[in-house]
Ligand binder design. Structure first.
Ligand code: TXA
Ligand code: MG
Length: 426
């Protein structure tokens, strides 16, 4: 009895007094070839340099983690080579450990030295550990939001923690573009395993405040480098199978991969299996687990494709009006509703058909604009979901989806998961 109470107290106790340190990405400069030869950055702002050195020490010398900005989303990083660091990541996020993590390196030189255990490679053999199929892609898209799968070298010389790879024969790796992320990896000279720095199942964080909301007291440090520009995670591709596959749509579009990858990628397939069989290994993120979920119910309005377009503006408003009435009738606890708009739902129409409807006089509406272009919508998506859920505390969220070309593929992939089964043709 006493023992049980002791453990319960231990569990609820804060583990860390989480420090949030401001860093200025613009004060960090890399040479144009640093992502290949591993040369270190020059950091002109002393505060940024001190924060990065302290974060690098945690990654290199302890079993703990640091949250840091990447160009996609904030990551929760720990040494990819150290079992205990990877355990700290899983623990802080409360993430299932059979979902493998992406390893982040700062250069090809670091990949060779720290993961493949090969030092003093000649310039001619620098890329030998990367299969030829990936080379056109990485030469155009690294540093950046592209993750590739590489074979794990034979177990006796592999330095990667088996917990990073979830014991798979391949590992996922990328060189991020964000200067803070690159500098942290370069200064620690440690490959960093980093999933998104949210609590498992929640939307990914694109601001340091999102990380603080989810992981306060659970991690020692957050580097605050401002908003993430891309807003969704990296594109994960597998060039080790034939035809090559896009496993997770992300920061680079399918169209960019097929255009820049050379002949082999022009026939790239998109992984779209929704569920994983019992006992099957996880191949792509979020296939098996709840993902990107606010606490409020999300209803995704999926636009009709060109072939079956029937609805004009008027009908869309009538339809949304009817959907809201149905939800309010089914659940008397709904008082506050968010509508996240993108292209078609205009403020003026919402005003006349919903906000002024006497049937909704005791309902509060929050209208949040996601943006006009695919890039804007992608960059604002997670922040908008978190704002209406965590700050406005709405009870229900409608999101206007977009077409699945360009950035739309990654946006709709995240939104379908956030909405679970609540998707409606609109
Ligand atoms: O943009 C990003 O990629 C962010 C930032 C922090 O860099 N990271 C990120 O990590 O999204 P995470 O852990 O949330 O997503 C990694 C996903 C895993 O869920 C997994 O499905 C896939 O990458 N992955 C990792 N290793 C794999 C492997 N060996 N085979 C197939 N998929 C793999
Ligand atoms: Mg994630």
């Amino acid at each position: 009895m006493y023992l049980r109470r002791y453990f319960l107290t231990m569990k609820s106790k804060a583990l860390f007094d989480t420090k949030v340190l401001k860093v200025n990405p613009l004060s960090i400069r890399f040479s144009p070839t640093a992502h290949i030869d591993g040369s270190l950055p020059i950091i002109s702002d002393p505060e940024t340099e001190a924060a990065l050195l302290e974060a690098a020490r945690i990654i290199r010398d302890t079993d703990e983690t640091v949250a840091f900005p990447t160009e996609t989303v904030y990551g929760l990083g720990g040494s990819a080579l150290n079992d205990n660091s990877v355990l700290s990541i899983y623990k802080a996020k409360n993430r299932p450990s059979d979902n493998p993590l992406i390893t982040h390196v700062s250069s090809i030189d670091q990949l060779n030295r720290k993961i493949f255990n090969q030092t003093h490679l000649s310039d001619a053999s620098l890329f030998d550990n990367i299969p030829a199929i990936y080379r056109p892609l990485i030469s155009s898209l690294w540093p950046g939001p592209l993750t590739i799968l590489l074979p794990v070298s034979s177990s006796d010389c592999s330095t990667l923690s088996k917990l990073t790879t979830a014991d798979q024969p391949t590992f996922a790796v990328r060189i991020p573009a964000n200067p803070v992320a690159r500098a942290l990896i370069a200064l620690s000279d440690t490959p960093i395993a980093a999933p998104s720095a949210n609590a498992s199942t929640r939307p990914s964080p694109t601001l340091a405040s999102h990380v603080y909301h989810d992981l306060k007291d659970k991690i020692p440090m957050i580097l605050d480098g401002g908003a993430c520009k891309v807003g969704v995670e990296s594109t994960v591709v597998d060039g080790l199978c034939n035809p090559p596959m896009l496993l997770r749509p992300g920061g680079f579009t399918y169209e960019e991969i097929t255009k820049l990858g050379g002949e082999a990628w022009s026939h790239c397939k998109v992984e779209n299996k929704k569920t994983v069989e019992e006992g099957e290994r996880v191949r792509t993120p979020g296939m098996k687990y709840r993902h990107y979920s606010p606490s409020a119910k999300v209803i995704l309005l999926i636009p009709y494709t060109k072939d079956n377009i029937i609805n004009g503006k008027e009908n869309k408003m009538l339809m949304l009006n009817r959907l809201i009435k149905t939800e309010l009738q089914a659940n008397k606890n709904i008082h506050k509703i968010a509508i996240l708009t993108s292209l078609k739902l205009q403020d003026s129409n919402l005003q006349s058909s919903i906000l002024n409807d006497p049937d909704f006089c005791s309902t509060t509406f929050i209208i949040e604009r996601l943006g006009q272009t695919g890039e804007e919508i992608q960059a604002n998506l997670f922040a908008a979901l978190r704002k209406v859920d965590e700050t406005d505390n709405v009870d229900l969220i409608f999101v206007e989806g977009i077409g699945e070309e360009g950035e739309g593929l990654a946006v709709m992939n995240r939104l379908r998961k956030a909405a679970a089964n609540n998707c409606i043709q609109f």
